[in-house]
Write a new protein. Sequence first.
Lengths: 110, 116
Amino acid sequence: LAKTTQPISMDSYEGQEVNITCSHNNIATNDYITWYQQFPSQGPRFIIQGYKTKVTNEVASLFIPADRKSSTLSLPRVSLSDTAVYYCLVGAAGGFKTIFGAGTRLFVKA
Amino acid sequence: EPEVTQTPSHQVTQMGQEVILRCVPISNHLYFYWYRQILGQKVEFLVSFYNNEISEKSEIFDDQFSVERPDGSNFTLKIRSTKLEDSAMYFCASSEVTVRNTGELFFGEGSRLTVL
């Protein structure tokens, strides 16, 4: 499974756009990139998944360059409630084993 | 919206006791998982389950642990003889198998286990 590297923590202010970048140099051809969000004392929640280029949903955008060795989760206009840990995962879609890294702790300030 | 439900939300037990954590996955999902998260640490994979057997397990999932799908709805994690270091939040998750499987995991709210 491809290892991922993310910043340990990030700070932002309400209303700003936040970009969290994840490095996955050893990504395999059939690997997808998935991001989860976790609030304290809750289970992780799926945010977005992509394979290449750009994916957008109602919550976030995911930018993946052509070499797929990194990806950037973009959260538009964050609010205080976006304070959470964000995990970048890389693996085959539908695989039996999804491994979480340490994640990025995002603090959104007023 | 369908959700994964877990019981109990919190269980306190004495070291050496057996504990069973219960999960009801989303009804049309076929893959099931247990993860755990020790306070302040990352989410750790324990085991995945498909077609009534374990698909994959981590080194954490030793002989003390077992999983079962006793009926068509429940998915349980049993810890035979709990140790202090088993204190953690245990998350159940499920995923749907379709032609366009995205691999999205749906997590429950967790069961907090405290071993004294």
